[in-house]
Structure formats: C-alpha cells, structure tokens
Write a protein that binds this ligand. Structure first.
Ligand SMILES: O=C(O)CCC(=O)C(=O)O
Ligand SMILES: [Fe+2]
Length: 292
C-alpha cells in the first residue's frame, strides 16, 4: 500500500486547510472550500440547511443532558427512530433511510474481516500512523477522495455490502470514512498536538454531518485483550448499552438521534477501527467510492 503517498497527501491536505482558515480570517474564502463535497455535507449552505443544523445541534445537546442510566450489555436489534433531523433539506429515501422500513436500530456481524485481513490492517495502520499527528490518545486518517487505498477500500466495500444486506438490500453511498486509533498511554513528542478533549465525547453522527444515514465500525482490536475499556456505548434514556469491539466485528447503526453514543474511557492498550458512514442520497455520496 502506498503509505508514503498517503502521508504526502495528508500533509498537503492539512496545509490546504490551514491556508483556507487564514484566508477566512481575512474574509477571503477560497472557492474550493465552499464547493467541496465535505463543506456541502457539513454545513448546508441554504438558509434552511443552516437552521436545521442549529436545530440538530440543540437536539443533540438535549439528548446528552438526558442520558445517564446504568451500564449494561447491548442487545442488538431494531428500535424506534428518534426525532427526525434535517428533514427539510435531506429527503428520506424510501427503503433505505432509517424509518419504518428499514427501521432504526443497532446490529453487529462478526468475522466481516478475516484474521489475516485484520493482521494486515493492524500492521499497516501502526506503520502509517507513526507519521501522523496525534490528538491526545487519538490518531485518525480521513479517507476522503484523495485517499483511495487497496485493502482499506476492499473492507469499506465489504462493510457496505454487509450493511446493505442486513437492511434488505438498499443502495448505500459512501459519505465518509476514517481509520482511527486510540492509544493509552498516548504517544508523546513532536507529532502530539494534544487532546482536543472531545475524543470520547457523546455525539449523534447525523447531528454533525447531515447526509449520514447509517454508521458502521469495523474493528481491528479486541476489548479486554488489545485494550481495556473502550466499549462503544449507546446512551439511552434508561441505560447505557455497551458493545465490545472484537477483531473482525462490524457494528452498525442508524445515524440519528436514537443512537447517541460515545467510546468508554480506556485504561490501556491500542484500539484500531475503520469507521464508515453511508448516505441513501446519491447526490451526497462520494463519487470516487460509489462504484462497486
Ligand atoms: O470507534 C467507535 O466505536 C465509535 C467512533 C464514533 O462514534 C465515530 O467516529 O463517530
Ligand atoms: Fe460516532
């Protein structure tokens, strides 16, 4: 896998972002910044979209304030959808968007990646991540259109098929993907940018990125063996429901308010995962990753 190439693009993307921020401070917003797919998804530019984004953030805050029940294991399955987010700007797609059919919920499928694939991803990630910036315990690599990569892309497709199959076969489009590593004790040194403080914060995926309909995590580490703590925890009104990462396990869930979640505190070890987000809206899917 061309990791040197990855690193080069990564640094280039960071510099581009910083340049955009500087220009913004001078009230000069570069064109590409406004027109890029990511900006369209993160901050809808229509007035309706911006209002909906504020509403979504507020609903997310209210959900966080309500959650505090006892910890218990997660029982996978469907559940009622939360209040709709972004209804006026992102129309739901029948048979795909979480609603009555397919219903909202959380599920898991084991052995989606083989042990050999997991071992290969583990060593590639450890090697590549040594050259990236660390934000406290978190090191991450966004797999945007600039980062198509062989083995990772294969697993992204596998995750997409597994989720689609479990939902009765809707067409899902990639809307975002990220490789993540949580490591305790955290890496120190020049590449440590220090914790932003929100690495383990409760959140609703769709409150942050409007186009997300389904969220998936493919784990390359096992809780209790590779690390301690670090469960995926769903914060329901009556309980906090824990799902344990296992090597090769795919966890997936509807991205809306019904699935407020966080990662449990970690005491030691390394937790590796591939996060993939899907949209039912062809217009908001990533062009590069759309093809089979
Ligand atoms: O790694 C996990 O288990 C969850 C990560 C997550 O919630 C996210 O990236 O949005
Ligand atoms: Fe999330």
């Amino acid at each position: 896998m061309p990791w040197d190439d990855f690193r080069e693009r990564y640094v280039a993307a960071l510099m581009e972002e910083e340049r955009a921020e500087m220009l913004q401070q001078q009230d000069q917003v570069p064109d590409w910044f406004l027109t890029s797919e990511v900006r369209k998804k993160d901050a809808p530019e229509t007035l309706d979209g911006q209002v909906e984004a504020l509403v979504a953030q507020k609903k997310q805050r209210l959900a966080i304030a309500r959650s505090a029940g006892p910890l218990e294991p997660l029982i996978p399955g469907s559940l009622p959808c939360g209040e709709a987010l972004y209804e006026s700007v992102y129309r739901r797609v029948p048979g795909c968007s979480p609603m009555a059919e397919p219903s909202c919920g959380r599920w898991l499928v084991d052995e989606v990646a083989s042990l050999e694939e997991v071992a290969a991803m583990r060593s590639t990630m450890q090697e590549a991540f040594a050259g990236l910036y660390h934000s406290g315990p978190l090191t991450s690599l966004a797999l945007g259109e600039a980062f198509p990569a062989g083995a990772t892309q294969e697993l992204m497709q596998r995750a997409r098929h597994a989720v689609s199959e479990a939902l009765g076969g809707p067409k899902l489009f990639f809307s975002g993907a990220m490789l993540t590593r949580f490591q305790i004790p955290q890496v120190e040194g020049d590449m440590q940018r220090n914790s932003s403080g929100d690495e383990f914060a409760p959140h609703v995926d769709k409150a942050n990125v409007a186009s997300y309909d389904w969220s998936a995590l493919l784990y390359f580490s096992t809780a209790g063996e590779d690390f301690q703590g670090g469960e995926l925890i769903f914060l329901d009104a009556e309980a906090q429901r824990m799902l344990k990462p296992v090597r090769g396990r795919l966890a997936f869930f509807s991205s809306g308010l019904e699935n407020l979640h966080r990662i449990g505190p970690m005491t030691w070890g390394t937790r590796l995962a591939l996060a993939v987000w899907f949209t039912c809206s062809e217009r908001h899917g990533s062009a590069v990753h759309a093809a089979d």
